[in-house]
Design a protein around this ligand. Structure first.
Ligand SMILES: [Zn+2]
Length: 107
């Protein structure tokens, strides 16, 4: 049974209609930004590794375009849900102290 490991998730996609495909002439490119993450029970714990990007023509699926990779990589931020496991684990650790304080306050 696999309880932890790494995965890869698409965190953002951009449609760019300013670049003309060299293969089919269509001016529609799809950029997809991926982030590798560490998971525990398939809950993202924290991002690991670097972001990666791929792009393809929407019409012919040709993956020639490398021009705007760095631009879209630089404007994409790692989403907060990548830290879901770390936040839940932190809440699990501090919850006895919070509950203890509440019980002491009410008593
Ligand atoms: Zn194309």
């Amino acid at each position: 049974m696999i309880i932890f490991g790494t995965g890869r998730m698409r965190i953002k996609k951009y449609d760019d209609y300013t670049i003309v495909c060299e293969n089919c002439g269509e001016s529609a490119q799809l950029f997809s930004v991926y982030q590798q993450y560490f998971h525990v029970f398939f809950i993202p714990f924290f991002p690991s590794g670097v972001k990666s990007i791929s792009c393809a023509c929407i019409k012919c699926n040709d993956m020639f375009n490398q021009k705007r990779h760095s631009h879209y990589l630089s404007i994409t931020r790692t989403p907060l849900y990548m830290y879901t496991g770390a936040v839940l684990f932190s809440l699990l650790i501090i919850s006895p102290f919070i509950i203890g304080n509440i019980v002491r306050y009410l008593a």
